[in-house]
Design a binder for this molecule. Structure first.
Ligand code: UD1
Length: 417
């Protein structure tokens, strides 16, 4: 079994460069389906999820070159297939983002229901509501979702919740629709803005991304372009929380600081010193953590993808912290694992009550999902002794060169198995 073996080493020191954002790269890779021209993407993180999505896209007929690390060239001149089966779909929820572009380009798509991290029920009703509004007939049967239209037409879609994936899927279908589409209560995440910027470089007419109302004027066709993926705000936040927990002084390079507002604010509340300088953030911690409360919310609120890491930090805070998860149900699977390391966390519905302890202890734990894995890595870095983290494939879905980056900061992490 593959695992990380981590020996706590005290304060982290040094610099780390943040990779391109996984959650921006995945939908943008799907959007390459929308043109017959070649697309070059730069700063694509080398991650399992990216490799899986290249398999999904190749299965549809997209030719993909990988001339150098982090650069991919997509050629969707011929789409030979509009179906993705359960084998690939079940491995990664983001592969569902091929549906919008396939509807836009081909007027049809058939997909197995998506997989991904087991965090809550994660329905797809909002995606389907959007496709229906654009004139698709949508059927779900035998674990497959089939959407079809002869005439994709602009429309108004109200999202009952600002779903990131639904906003992206509807945007990608609507760029080639006849007429104007409005998405109300759209997600405002930076990854939506990156997708919008990319689509507009291809010749689309998308306005308002980053606000709760997105307007898309359909165009006849899109063309090729080159695009650099934005830095990963969750990866940056994870390293910031890690140094807060271990103590130390690190520079986080290649960040868009405006994307980091909730993380910066919360770390300052916890007593961490943070200095912003262009695209670098300097984080200094003496390892003493004040307790803090967190409520996850859609952007610009605290990202749910940072909840587990902040919980790892709260386990070592002076006093009691309350963490409320409002975005996903059942996103507390890291609690049992952190408690196994000596944390004192109690769940009450959507709330986790974290009573800080002086020290965590090592042992064997399991990454139950991607951000749980990140939280366990942070916890392990603070332990006097050895921690073994199993099921690390979850962690490798989302963190590029994690071992090299942590070693560059002075940590001792070995991958075994
Ligand atoms: C994306 C991110 C994920 C992040 C999440 C929330 C990617 C590849 N993944 O996931 O890392 O944790 O945003 O910031 O970008 N919902 C519905 N119906 C739907 C769709 C969603 O009820 O049709 C609900 C979900 O169950 C969940 C909430 O909306 O409770 C948020 O989900 P959503 O924003 O869609 O997350 P994803 O796009 O799956």
């Amino acid at each position: 079994m593959e695992k990380f073996v981590i020996h706590g080493t005290g304060p982290l020191e040094g610099s780390v460069r943040i990779s391109g954002a996984k959650n921006a790269a995945l939908p943008i890779m799907c959007a390459t389906i929308l043109t017959k021209d070649k697309i070059t993407l730069e700063d694509v993180p080398e991650l399992k999820d990216v490799t899986l999505l290249t398999e999904v896209l190749r299965g549809l007929g997209v030719k993909i070159e990988h001339p150098e690390p982090n650069t991919y060239i997509f050629d969707a001149s011929e789409i030979t297939n509009t179906t993705t089966g359960a084998d690939l779909m079940s491995k990664m929820r983001a592969s569902f983002c091929v549906m919008g572009p396939l509807i836009g380009r081909m007027g049809r798509t058939e997909n197995s229901l998506p997989g991904g991290c087991a965090i809550g029920t994660r329905p797809i009703d909002l995606h389907l509501k959007g496709f229906r509004a654009l004139g698709c007939s949508v059927r779900t049967e035998h674990g497959m979702v089939c959407a079809k239209t002869d005439h994709l037409k602009g429309s108004t879609v109200y999202l009952d919740f600002p779903s990131v994936g639904a906003t992206e899927n509807i945007m990608m279908a609507a760029v080639l629709a006849d007429g104007e589409t409005t998405i109300d209560n759209a997600a405002m995440e930076p990854e939506i803005v990156d997708l919008s910027n990319f689509l507009n470089k291809m010749g689309a007419q998308v306005r308002g991304a980053g606000t709760s109302t997105i307007k898309i004027k359909g165009v006849k066709e899109l063309h090729g372009c080159r695009h650099q993926i934005i830095p990963d705000r969750i990866e940056a936040g994870t390293y910031m929380v890690a140094v807060a927990a271990t103590g130390g002084n690190i520079n986080i390079e290649n960040v868009i600081t405006s994307h980091m507002r909730p993380v910066i604010a919360k770390l300052k509340e916890a007593g961490v010193e943070i200095y912003e300088n262009g695209d670098t953030i300097n984080v200094i911690s003496n390892g003493t953590i004040e307790s803090f409360d967190i409520k996850t919310l859609p952007y610009p609120g605290m990202p749910t993808d940072m909840q587990a890491q902040f919980m790892a930090l709260a386990t070592l805070a002076k006093g009691t912290s309350v963490i409320i998860e409002t975005v996903f149900e059942n996103r507390f699977m890291h609690v049992d694992e952190l408690n196994r390391m000596g944390a004192n966390i109690r769940i009450d519905g959507k709330n986790a009550i974290v009573q800080g302890v002086h020290k965590l202890r090592g042992g064997k734990v399991r990454a139950t999902d991607l951000r749980c894995g990140a939280a366990l890595v942070i916890a392990a870095l603070t332990v006097d002794g050895k921690t073994e983290i199993e099921d690390i494939y979850h962690i490798e879905r989302g963190y590029e060169n994690l071992i090299e980056k942590l070693e560059g900061l002075g940590a001792h992490v070995v991958r075994e198995g």
